[in-house]
Design a protein around this ligand. Structure first.
Ligand code: ATP
Length: 248
């Protein structure tokens, strides 16, 4: 039998406010050490899928009403977000969500709140984050609100890394960023994946960029997965090009 997936989402349904069925049976998996892209337009259900994995639906009055989520050999869909962070599953929300009134470094340190392995270990991780994001080191004492969009996105990812994640759920990392900065962010994601073996499940509307960096992709429409495949196959698929890359 093949190895069980690191993360597997099994036929989940999600309902918001007790009535609105938003995910209509979504299944996907992430192999350990891979980058998986979750693609699709506005409102397709990408964010909801990430929230179902990270247990962040409850705050949004959302609920998994069918199916299950397994991570690292354990069923996790009844755990709290903090329990998931402790197990190495961390979500980076869309829109960056740095604390504007805190400095970059203070923001990064908040990411270590669930750790109990001591101050020295946290300092070591902080230096590691600065190695991956030299821009953050330069801006460490700047108030986050006054840094650029790219720096805030890097800060949000850096903060997730402070929890020593094994799987990062990354929501729309390219949103609102200039093309060169998008590449810079994705290059760092790829680097973290290669060197630290952090796995990524990333939601993106920017299909073209995401498929260049991902190993595998899923395309969502209207609460369902409508296509899946190796990233390079999806990128060369005529339907994908026509509908999602605007290259027809
Ligand atoms: P986007 O890129 O715009 O975030 P998405 O693919 O991530 O799109 P979701 O945010 O998951 O899509 O939204 C899927 C559907 O669920 C949409 O129709 C949206 O209006 C609805 N929805 C999202 N959040 C809530 C909520 N808290 N309450 C009710 N409906 C919601």
């Amino acid at each position: 039998a093949p190895n069980p997936a690191f993360l597997s989402v099994n036929n989940i349904e999600v309902i918001y406010n007790h009535v609105i069925l938003v995910l209509k049976g979504v299944s996907l998996s992430v192999q350990e050490g891979s980058i998986v892209a979750l693609l699709g337009g506005n409102g397709a259900g990408k964010t909801t899928t990430l929230r179902a994995v990270s247990s962040l639906l409850k705050g949004e009055r959302g609920e998994v009403t069918k199916g299950s989520v397994d991570y690292n050999g354990e069923r996790v869909d009844a755990l709290t977000p903090a329990d998931l962070v402790k197990r190495g599953v961390v979500q980076v929300m869309e829109g960056r969500h740095c604390f504007g009134h805190l400095t970059i470094e203070e923001n990064l340190r908040t990411g270590a709140y669930t750790r109990s392995d001591g101050k020295a270990a946290v300092e070591e991780t902080l230096e590691k984050v600065y190695n991956y994001f030299p821009r953050l080191k330069t801006r460490r004492n700047s108030q986050a609100a006054y840094t650029s969009g790219g720096e805030q996105q890097m800060c949000a990812i850096g903060r997730a890394l402070m929890a020593k994640p094994k799987l990062v759920l990354l929501d729309e990392p390219s949103m609102g960023l200039a093309p060169l900065i998008v590449e810079e962010v994705f290059e760092i994601v790829k680097d973290l994946n290669t060197k630290e073996r952090v796995s990524f499940l990333l939601a993106e509307q920017n299909t073209m960029v995401a498929l260049r960096y991902a190993d595998f992709g899923y395309i969502m429409e209207n609460g369902r997965i409508v296509m899946e495949g190796a990233a390079k196959d999806l990128a060369s698929n005529e339907d994908v090009k026509e509908f999602y890359l605007g290259l027809a």
